[in-house]
Design a protein around this ligand. Structure first.
Ligand SMILES: Nc1ncnc2c1ncn2[C@@H]1O[C@H](COP(=O)(O)OP(=O)(O)OP(=O)(O)O)[C@@H](O)[C@H]1O
Ligand SMILES: [Mg+2]
Length: 461
């Protein structure tokens, strides 16, 4: 295209006529009354609703600078208006028009308030550089609306997200890093109803703890969404497994908590400028469906710490041992910081800090570590437990055909693969080149379990 062509094209652009501009202004005013508590919508909010850039929104409303006709089409459609021929004219033929009233400027992206709720402390935090980079990219660059951080108990999900918030707060002073106006952390570990969660969030976001709120779910969700549209907020809902069913129905919401499905769907599927992070040992099944929706949604499967970071953590726990013994301990707990810390506390208390003596006992699953594994194991379906028992009995990695033969009553390869995938997502099995196996800790747990409850042992062929 020559420069002359592009000048002609610009000339051929269109602008709103006074009639078209009035139609648009009336629709925006209606929207402000009905959905924005009669507050002015900023350019940023209109940009989110129309999926046009804030600059283009400003150009359209300015009605002076030429825009593409398709831009007007999109703008009008987003406000449920029909664009007719009398609503616009060619920019080069337009009559003088009254300048439109300007919309409030987009407020600076300043992090104004953090409500940590029951967030965990992050003072002694090691590693996770890669994971923090990934999350920062998803939050800041990709502007994901919904992110889940999934992983075993104690692997460090809450600590990681708390660290992310720390870093975002620090980078807030940088003018190039758009940050949040509100950050709120809520734990679902005491299983609040969705209405309780919504009311708590709205009270915080409105800065009005006594504000009267609707009781019904959908008006509450709409009210929260208004805040997520108006301001850039970061909400963390920690421990989401508490609101999910265990066993055969894993991934579905517990009875009485189904309203969370509507909340999460709305957050994932309708446009806003905020980000919600869910953390949990299990994921709502609906996440699979949301990942393909137009607004970006991502899941981070969190594994153990890197060796160097785990060794640093162990050093901070004041236990004595050779480098090789530290490596053995790290690998046994697969870099899980919680179990490493529990083991280190026991080594200090019962073995006077002597790592070699602890390892010589050969007992690494006990007390709080047993309870942690037991809690996760008890939430599995019958088939998932059966697979773990088989892998524990076999001890060596099992190729798929062997595993299929070992499971009784027989199941289809598809069901087996799906179930293995679910176990993989929960970091309960490992895939090696020679087949599926359990990480050492789980191997020991499952073996203890088989000895304790031989009647639960699945039939072996
Ligand atoms: N990167 C890290 N460096 C040092 N300690 C860590 C790190 N990550 C987690 N921890 C420590 O490990 C323990 C468990 O971490 P955290 O509570 O974040 O795990 P979680 O995955 O959220 O567990 P849960 O599933 O029980 O909620 C905490 O004591 C925490 O301080
Ligand atoms: Mg946690």
């Amino acid at each position: 295209m020559t420069s002359g062509d592009s000048i002609n094209k610009r000339k051929r652009g269109v602008v709103l006529t006074p009639r078209g501009l009035q139609k648009l202004r009336d629709a925006i005013a209606n929207l402000e009354d009905e959905e924005n508590f009669a507050q002015k919508l900023t350019l940023a909010e209109l940009s989110i609703r129309t999926r046009l850039t804030a600059d283009t929104v400003a150009k359209v409303l300015d009605a002076e600078q030429a825009v593409d006709r398709r831009t007007l089409d999109s703008f009008f459609r987003a406000l449920h208006l029909q664009l007719s021929e009398s609503d616009f004219c060619r920019a080069d033929l337009r009559q003088a028009q009254h300048p439109p009233q300007s919309l409030p400027k987009q407020s600076a992206n300043v992090l104004v308030q953090i409500d940590w709720g029951e967030a965990v402390a992050t003072s002694s935090f090691y590693g996770r550089t890669q994971e923090l980079e990934t999350l920062t990219q998803w939050v800041q660059t990709d502007r994901c609306q919904l992110i889940t951080v999934l992983g075993m108990g104690g692997i460090g999900k809450s600590s990681l997200v708390a660290k992310l918030i720390d870093q975002l707060a620090k980078s807030n002073s940088s003018p190039t890093a758009p940050s949040f106006q509100y950050v709120i952390w809520r734990s679902l570990s005491h299983a609040p109803t969705v209405e309780e969660t919504l009311i708590g969030l709205i009270h915080t976001l409105s800065n009005q703890p006594d504000i009267d709120l609707p009781k019904a779910l959908h008006p509450l969700i709409s009210q929260l969404m208004q805040y997520l549209i108006q301001m850039r907020c970061l909400l963390v809902l920690d421990n989401t497994e508490t609101i999910l069913q265990a066993g055969e129905q894993a991934g579905s919401y517990r009875e009485g908590f189904e309203g969370y499905r509507d909340l999460i769907r709305k957050i994932g599927q309708s446009p806003h400028q905020s980000c919600v992070i869910l953390t949990g040992r299990e994921l709502p099944r609906q996440m699979n469906l949301l990942e393909n929706k137009p607004y970006p949604t991502r899941t981070l499967l969190l594994k153990g710490l890197q060796l160097q970071d785990g060794l640093q953590l162990l050093q901070s726990q004041a236990i004595d041992g050779t480098e090789a013994d530290h490596h053995t301990l790290f690998h046994h707990y697969a870099g899980n910081p919680l179990t490493l810390k529990i083991a280190a506390a026991t080594i200090q208390l019962l073995f006077l800090g002597n790592l070699a003596r602890f390892l010589a006992e050969g007992i690494t699953v006990f007390g709080a570590i047993y309870e942690l594994l037991d809690h996760q194991f008890k939430r599995l379906s019958h088939l998932e437990k059966n697979i773990i028992h088989q892998l524990a009995l076999h001890r060596e990695p099992m190729p798929l055909p062997h595993l299929t033969q070992a499971i009784t009553p027989p199941i289809s390869p598809q069901t087996l693969l799906e179930t293995l995938e679910n176990l993989g997502w929960r970091s309960l099995i490992e895939c090696s080149p020679t087949g599926f196996t359990l990480q050492p800790l789980l191997m020991e747990y499952a073996t203890i379990q088989l000895i304790k409850q031989p009647n639960d042992q699945p039939p072996i062929e």
